[in-house]
Design a protein around this ligand. Structure first.
Ligand code: NAG
Length: 119
């Protein structure tokens, strides 16, 4: 390979790395808690979590609101990391930490984790 080609290659690689960093921050970007899509994701998380419990005797968890969250674009989709408040009927509101993976092109959503947050 000629010297000029090597220099060009290095410049191109450096430029694309710099651009990727600008577009995709490592930590994810914060979401708008009033965004209807974000609320949809939060409702999905709470509903999915409720399915895993004995709902016949224990009332279902119901979303109160999205407190804060981040979304991060991955190769296969978008990972949502949300802090939501939710409660069961006649019970106190608690905060939960939910992680949902969404693949919009496949209309796929999966609840990866759902945990009570002790505040
Ligand atoms: C959803 O996420 C859980 C927890 O990470 C995993 O065990 C499960 O296989 C996933 N389901 C699908 C359909 O990807």
């Amino acid at each position: 390979m000629k010297f000029q080609s090597i220099v060009l290659l290095i410049v191109v690689m450096w430029a694309s790395t710099a651009m990727n960093q600008a577009i995709q921050p490592e930590s994810g970007s914060s979401v708008d808690v009033n965004d209807l899509h974000v609320i949809d994701i939060a409702n999905f998380a709470v509903t999915e979590y409720s399915k895993g419990t004995i709902t016949r005797y224990v009332s279902k968890l119901k979303l109160d609101k999205v407190i804060k969250g981040e979304s991060q674009e991955l190769a296969g989709g978008i990972n949502y990391h949300l802090i939501v408040s939710a409660s069961r009927r006649y019970q106190r509101i608690h905060n939960y930490e939910a992680v949902v993976l969404e693949k919009p092109s496949e209309h796929f959503k999966n609840l990866t984790s759902f945990k009570l947050v002790y505040a």
